[in-house]
Design a protein around this ligand. Structure first.
Ligand SMILES: [Zn+2]
Ligand SMILES: [Zn+2]
Length: 62
């Protein structure tokens, strides 16, 4: 089996909880902003659902 490009779960210095890989629904795209760059999210992001916290995948690698 090929390795996934993205880890299903990461930890990031900017947030105290583990972040889960998630595909956002369309209506959610307009209601949240990436906590890294403050821009609208793309479809695939990392999220902490408990806090409504999201991070772009590229932003998670900085
Ligand atoms: Zn971002
Ligand atoms: Zn959290």
């Amino acid at each position: 089996m090929e390795k996934l490009n993205y880890d299903p779960c990461i930890t990031h210095f900017s947030h105290e909880h583990p972040l889960e890989f998630f595909n956002l629904q369309d209506q959610a795209l307009n209601s949240v902003l990436c906590s890294g760059c403050k821009l609208k999210p793309s479809k695939s992001i990392y999220t902490c659902k408990a806090c409504n916290y999201i991070l772009h995948i590229p932003c998670s690698k900085i």
